[in-house]
Design a protein. Structure first.
Length: 313
C-alpha cells in the first residue's frame, strides 16, 4: 500500500528542510513490509530557493516527486496538481510550514485502517497566535457560509487531511477553476473523522495571506457554493414593492379624505429614498456580476495550472 503526502510550497525555503526531516521521521516509524510512502512537492511559482531545495531532495530520495508551476497559481491549484500526481491508496495534504503537524499522520493512518471513516481531517480548536480581528472575522464567515449553504464547513477545519483514494477521485472530478477546497471537501461527503489540535505557528517565513486576500477568499467561497445572495435582490425588490404599494394606498386615502392635498415638503426624505434604492440596485447588480464573472471564467475552460517541470514517475 502506498501513502502519498502532498505538500504545496510557495516561498518555503526556510521551512522545507525542517518539514522534510519530520516527514522522514514519520516514514521511518510507519513503513512496513506492505506500506511505503511518496512525497509530492508542488512548487507554486516560488521566487526563492524552494525549487532548488526540492530538486536536491528528489535527487537523493527516490520517493520524492514534484511538480513545478510556471507561475504562482495559488494553493488550491497546488493541491489539485498534487492530487493528480498522487498514486497512493491513502493521500494526505499538508502545509510546508509545519502548521499541520506531521506527527499526527501515524494516528490518521490508523484511523483509516480501522475502516470506520474515509477521511481523517485536522481541526484546530484554538486560534492562538493569530490576530484577534482575524479570528473574529473567520468565525463570522463560518457562521454565515454555513447558514447560506447546504454543506457544513467546520470552523477551524484545515486543509490538512488524510483521504482514501475514492475521496480524492471524487475531488478531482470537480474540475472547476475557482476552487474553494474547504467547500469541495465538505461537498463530496464521505465519513469524516476530526482530530483536533492546538494552533501551531509556522516555523519559518511568513504567511501568504493578508487580510484582504482572506476577505476575497471568503467571497469566493460563498459565491462558489451558494446562489443565496442572488435571492437577496428578489427579496429586497419584493419588500420595497410592497412598501411602495402600502404607501400608495395610504396616500390615496389621505387625498380623498382631505380632498385637496398639496404636500410640497418631503424633499429630503425623497432624496434619501432614491439614494437608498439606488445603492441597493447597484449592490444587487454587483452580486449578479460576481456570478456572471465566474461563469465567464469557467466557460473559458482554462487549465487549473500550467506545469513547467515535473519529476519522472
Ligand atoms: N501556498 C501555496 N501557494 C500560495 C500560497 C500558499 O502553495 O499561493 C502554500 C504555502 O507554501 C503553505 C500553505 O500553502 O504550504 C499554507 O500557506 P500559509 O502558511 O501562508 O497559510 P496560513 O497557514 O497562514 O493559512
Ligand atoms: Mg501556514
Amino acid at each position: 500500500m502506498l501513502i502519498s503526502l502532498i505538500i504545496p510550497c510557495y516561498n518555503e525555503e526556510g521551512s522545507l528542510p525542517i518539514l522534510y526531516e519530520a516527514l522522514c521521521d514519520v516514514r521511518r516509524s510507519e513503513t512496513t513490509a506492505d506500506r511505503c510512502f511518496e512525497f509530492i512537492f508542488v512548487n507554486d511559482g516560488s521566487r526563492d530557493k524552494t525549487a532548488d531545495i526540492i530538486r536536491d531532495l528528489a535527487g537523493n530520495d527516490k520517493s520524492v516527486k514534484y511538480v513545478f508551476f510556471s507561475r504562482n497559481f495559488g494553493k488550491e491549484a497546488a493541491m489539485y496538481a498534487g492530487m493528480q500526481k498522487a498514486k497512493g491508496d491513502y493521500i494526505a495534504i499538508l502545509d510546508a510550514d509545519m502548521q499541520d503537524p506531521p506527527s499526527l499522520i501515524p494516528q490518521m493512518i490508523n484511523d483509516l485502517d480501522s475502516g470506520e471513516c474515509d477521511i481523517v481531517a485536522a481541526r484546530r480548536v484554538t486560534r492562538k497566535g493569530e490576530p484577534k480581528i482575524r479570528s473574529f472575522f473567520a468565525r463570522r464567515f463560518y457562521r454565515l457560509i454555513n447558514r447560506m449553504c447546504d454543506i457544513e464547513i467546520a470552523d477551524g477545519a484545515r486543509d490538512f487531511r488524510l483521504m482514501k483514494r475514492e475521496v480524492v477521485d471524487a475531488i478531482l472530478s470537480l474540475s472547476e477553476r475557482q476552487r474553494f477546497s474547504k467547500g469541495i471537501f465538505a461537498w463530496v461527503g464521505f465519513r469524516t473523522k476530526w482530530v483536533e489540535h492546538e494552533n501551531v505557528e509556522r516555523v519559518a517565513g511568513e504567511t501568504k495571506w493578508s487580510f484582504w486576500k482572506l476577505f476575497k477568499y471568503a467571497i469566493d467561497g460563498i459565491v462558489a457554493f451558494t446562489t443565496a445572495p442572488l435571492r437577496l435582490a428578489t427579496y429586497a425588490g419584493f419588500g420595497f414593492a410592497l412598501a411602495g404599494f402600502i404607501y400608495l394606498i395610504y396616500y390615496f386615502i389621505r387625498a380623498i379624505v382631505q380632498t385637496i392635498y398639496n404636500d410640497v415638503p418631503g424633499y429630503p426624505s425623497l432624496l434619501c429614498f432614491i439614494l437608498f434604492i439606488g445603492g441597493l440596485i447597484l449592490m444587487c447588480l454587483g452580486i449578479l456580476g460576481e456570478y456572471i464573472g465566474r461563469t465567464y471564467i469557467e466557460t473559458k475552460g482554462r487549465p487549473i495550472y500550467i506545469s513547467s517541470e515535473e519529476s519522472k514517475d
